[in-house]
Design a protein around this ligand. Structure first.
Ligand SMILES: CC(C)(COP(=O)(O)OP(=O)(O)OC[C@H]1O[C@@H](n2cnc3c(N)ncnc32)[C@H](O)[C@@H]1OP(=O)(O)O)[C@@H](O)C(=O)NCCC(=O)NCCS
Length: 183
């Protein structure tokens, strides 16, 4: 990936620690107005966001999309990183993607996730598996990941307390690098 990737008017770039407060604002808005991510707004703390930015910068990938009419605002973010354990060194895990609620359904998620997958393909040949978890009711996200070659790998029963009075399943998904020879 070049430093910047233009498609439509949206620009994907790598994040830095200087984006911490912008990413916090984005995650809080998604938690309050959209859902899909596990944490509630009051759980989107500076410690949490700094932790995933640092892990992604250290051993993963973190990309953001700026609002074309206000570059101070981020409208989407995706990150993933290795778990820091030797037997999992070929795995990118803890993947999370968010698009600001008013901007969802316009192809921004697809642009950002496509860029992430290209980046992994080209810059991280050591990564043979990418994994994530989506709650079962998040059909949009599960459908979205399937379009990128992720497969449902199981069902973790009653793992999510959606605060609706019912527990729901969490769905682990994974994508294996095509053509890799260690299977
Ligand atoms: C999931 C999310 C990242 C998708 O981003 P987005 O910008 O809204 O999605 P896009 O507009 O790029 O659409 C991407 C694809 O998803 C598809 N899609 C949308 N709704 C779908 C559904 N209910 N089932 C299957 N696919 C669906 C679209 O059809 C589109 O594919 P296409 O263009 O080939 O038709 C975004 O909606 C989001 O941030 N949601 C809240 C947070 C979240 O749930 N994150 C994932 C946590 S696991």
């Amino acid at each position: 990936m070049g430093q910047f990737l233009m498609k439509f008017e949206y620009k994907v770039r790598r994040a830095t620690l200087a984006d911490l407060h912008k990413i916090m604002a984005l995650y809080r808005e998604v938690a309050l107005n959209s859902g899909g991510i596990a944490r509630e707004a009051d759980e989107i703390t500076g410690v949490y966001v700094r932790s995933f930015i640092e892990k992604s910068l250290g051993s993963g990938v973190i990309l953001v999309v700026e609002n074309p009419s206000d570059p101070e605002e981020l409208i989407a973010e995706v990150h993933t990183y290795t778990l820091g354990i030797k037997v999992f060194a070929h795995v990118f895990s803890d993947l999370t993607i968010v698009v600001r609620p008013g901007f969802q359904g316009r192809g921004i998620g697809k642009l950002l996730f496509g860029t992430l997958m290209e980046e992994i393909e080209e810059k991280h040949p050591e990564i043979l598996r990418v994994e994530l978890i989506a709650r079962e009711s998040n059909e949009k996200a599960i459908g979205f990941y399937k379009k990128f070659g992720f497969k449902v790998e199981g069902r973790m029963e009653n793992r999510i307390d959606g605060k609706t009075g019912r527990l729901e399943a969490d769905v682990p998904m994974g994508r294996i690098r095509p053509g890799q020879t260690r299977l």
